[in-house]
Design a protein. Structure first.
Length: 94
């Protein structure tokens, strides 16, 4: 195999392996300041605005938000930042 072809093969394998490693993740966030019935819709909207978020379910009763997101496009810091900017600080539920 000549060198340019080997480099192309290596590049393709790196790109393919990184896309295989990326995927949907699910996280549950503990959300503060949800004090009224309208709060969950604000939290949901803030999370849905984050690129890569596929689905959001917010529980007023449990004060949580469960988020399914593509970890190649979003991360936990972006999710918690989105809720915090909306007035609802959050953190991964332990």
């Amino acid at each position: 195999m000549n060198k340019p072809l080997a480099y192309v093969a290596l590049a393709v394998s790196i790109v393919a392996s990184s896309s295989v490693m990326a995927g949907d993740r699910t996280i549950t966030l503990a959300v503060k300041n949800m004090d009224c019935a309208a709060c969950p819709s604000i939290v949901k909207g803030s999370l849905e605005a984050v690129p890569g978020v596929a689905k959001v379910a917010v529980s007023y009763k449990d004060k949580t938000a469960t988020v399914i997101y593509d970890d190649a496009k979003a991360d936990v810091d972006q999710l918690t930042s989105a809720t915090t900017k909306a007035g609802y600080p959050s953190a991964p539920r332990s």
